[in-house]
Design a protein around this ligand. Structure first.
Ligand code: UTP
Length: 292
């Protein structure tokens, strides 16, 4: 079955990037000239997704404004002959069929995904975490996961190895390689934010998953876990044990817009390739590097 729906949870409080995220959603932080969440929506669209549900919360209405038409701005751009900017701005509102639902209490990523139950219905769907931007790669990361789903009919976790001393901030996966398959693993167990003795591997889920709707009854029964939040990992663990799950090492580079260093890395990488600023920025970086 082809995957046509995606959920983007973007209702978190963003406490690691305060004060920037006090009045502005961290998902709207710009990477050079585009907010993080636009990269994510564009990745979903490039992966064949047509319907997107963004999970928002209080104070996040700028996300909706960004994907809406902006008549006054558009009229001004046209009047001043800025046709290509006009086209670019209008195109944002036509990227996909985007819907919104509010997560009324910030009860965790698992709870945010549960808010998508009515939207998803009875079909498999992709989840793209609203603060994880993936750039580059052979194909869009979401498409790589969707293709793995289409091949195996099982839920798919987008995975990558992380530094051993960092794994306690992520989840740790128990994985087995699949015969003859490069960058694909069988996921049999997982644990959120493990203590050192609980680490099963240094592979973690990073920002992208494809789930079957069987996740919803599990999420409904999932008790709050680490940090008192309903953890998606806890529900995915039950799903992996019940049905099996595939781990796909996606090829793009993931930038964590939920932490300050990740934001800097994303901006530098995109700026170095941005047609308008790349030459000037490269020269500037070289100058700065000489002073370090
Ligand atoms: P994070 O745990 O990275 O986001 O969730 P956070 O809670 O905003 O982070 P900090 O620790 O306070 O800085 C990953 C994604 O899930 C969303 C977030 O918006 C982020 O895009 N999320 C998280 C929700 O939608 N709802 C939640 O209750 C928690």
């Amino acid at each position: 079955m082809k995957i046509r729906k995606a959920v983007i949870p973007a209702a978190g409080l963003g406490t690691r990037v305060l004060p920037a995220s006090k009045a502005m959603p961290k998902e709207m932080l710009p990477i050079v000239d585009k907010p993080a969440i636009q990269y994510i929506v564009e990745e979903a669209v490039a992966s064949g997704i047509t319907d997107i549900l963004i999970i928002t919360s209080r104070g996040k209405t700028t996300v909706e404004d960004h994907f809406d038409r902006a008549p006054e701005l558009e009229a001004r751009l046209l009047a001043s002959g800025k046709q290509s900017t006009y086209d670019e701005i209008v195109a944002i509102s036509k990227l996909a069929n985007i819907m919104y639902v509010r997560q009324k209490e910030t009860k965790g990523l698992g709870h945010a995904v549960l808010c998508a139950k009515a939207f998803v219905g009875d079909e498999p769907f992709a989840v793209l975490y609203g603060d994880d931007v993936v750039i580059g790669g052979e194909k869009p990361a979401c498409r790589e996961l969707c293709e793995a789903y289409e091949k195996y009919g099982l839920s798919v976790a987008g995975i990558k190895p992380v530094e051993r001393d960092q794994i306690s901030k992520y989840c740790s996966l128990k994985i087995e390689s699949m015969d003859g398959e490069d960058q694909l693993y069988r996921v049999t167990d997982m644990i959120e934010k493990p203590m050192p003795a609980q680490v099963m591997s240094n592979y973690s889920i990073l920002g992208r998953v494809v789930l079957t709707p069987d996740i919803f009854p599990i999420l409904e029964k999932t008790a709050p876990g680490v940090n008192g939040e309903i953890q998606l990992t806890d529900a995915m663990r039950v799903l992996a044990r019940k049905q099996g799950m595939v781990g796909k090492v996606y090829t793009g580079t993931r930038y964590d817009m939920g932490n300050k260093f990740g934001i800097l890395q994303a901006i530098v990488q995109v700026a170095l390739e941005h047609p308008e600023v790349k030459d000037q920025f490269r020269d500037y970086l070289k100058q700065v590097a000489e002073t370090l």
